[in-house]
Design a protein around this ligand. Structure first.
Ligand code: MN
Length: 231
C-alpha cells in the first residue's frame, strides 16, 4: 500500500509513529512525505534522522528543506564558529529561513555531530522535487506545493523550483484529467474555517496539509483506497 503525508513541521515524532501504527503501516508499504518535515515544531531533525534509515520512506523536497540547504554553512565541520563570520548572502539566507520557523531545526542540528549533519545535508540534496506514482490503479503526481502556471501539456521537469515549492493554489485551481496532483504546503485552514483539520479532495488535486504546522493532528492518506488516518 502507498501512504502520503505532508508538512509535519516538527510535529511530535512519537505521535507520528502512533499514527503509522494505527494505519498498520508495515515494511511492505511505502510512505511518501511531501516536504516540510522541519521547522515550527521541535522534532524536525528527528524526522530527518529517522527517514534516512527507512528503506520504504521517501522524502520529497519542501520549501523548508530548500531553505535549509541554502544555509549550507550550518553543515560545515566548524559551523558554530562560522556563525559569527557569515557574509551578506549567508546572513540573508539564514534570516529568511529563521523568519520561517527554523529556530528549533537549527538548535537540533547543533546537537548533532558533523557526520550526522553532513548525512542530513546529503540526504536532503537527493530529495526529488516531484514524483509520479501509481496506486490503486490510478496515477498521481506528488509535489510539495502544487503546480504554479499549470499547463497540462507542460512536462513536469519544465517547472521551476519556485513553481513546485512555493505555489498557493486557489480552490478553483484545476490540473490534469488523467492523474491527481497530491500536495501540501498550504494548510487547509487557509481555505476557510470549514476545512480546518481536514484534507481537501477535489476532482483534480488533493491538499493533505491538515495543519500540523500549528499543532493540528496530521492526516495520513492511503492512496490505494483513499482511506484517511488520524489520531
Ligand atoms: Mn511548505
Amino acid at each position: 500500500m502507498i501512504y502520503v503525508i505532508s508538512d509535519l513541521h516538527g510535529y511530535p515524532f512519537e505521535r507520528f509513529l502512533e499514527l503509522l501504527e494505527k494505519a498498520a503501516f508495515s515494511a511492505e508499504d511505502t510512505l511518501y512525505v511531501l516536504g516540510d518535515v522541519i521547522d515550527r515544531g521541535d522534532d524536525g531533525v528527528r524526522y530527518l534522522l529517522w527517514m534516512q534509515q527507512q528503506k520504504n520512506a521517501v522524502l520529497i523536497m519542501g520549501n523548508h528543506e530548500d531553505m535549509m540547504l541554502k544555509c549550507d554553512f550550518l553543515f560545515e565541520p566548524t559551523a558554530k564558529e562560522l556563525m559569527g563570520k557569515l557574509d551578506y548572502e549567508q546572513r540573508v539566507n539564514l534570516a529568511v529561513w529563521m523568519s520561517n520557523g527554523a529556530e528549533p531545526t537549527v538548535r537540533g542540528l547543533f546537537e548533532l555531530g558533523y557526520e550526522q549533519r553532513k548525512a542530513i545535508y546529503d540526504y536532503i540534496t537527493e530529495a526529488p522535487l516531484y514524483l509520479e506514482i501509481t496506486a490503486g490503479g490510478k496515477d498521481f503526481v506528488l509535489v510539495h506545493s502544487g503546480l504554479r502556471d499549470f499547463c497540462s501539456s507542460k512536462e513536469l521537469d519544465r517547472y521551476s523550483d519556485i513553481d513546485l515549492l512555493w505555489h498557493r493554489p486557489p480552490l478553483s485551481e484545476r490540473y490534469y484529467d488523467d492523474k491527481t496532483v497530491v500536495f501540501g504546503h498550504t494548510p487547509t485552514w487557509a481555505y476557510g474555517d470549514e476545512y480546518e483539520g481536514s484534507i481537501i479532495i477535489t476532482d483534480t488535486w488533493i491538499d493533505i496539509d491538515a495543519g500540523a504546522g500549528k499543532g493540528l493532528p496530521p492526516v495520513l492518506l492511503r492512496l490505494d483506497d483513499m482511506t484517511q488516518f488520524m489520531l
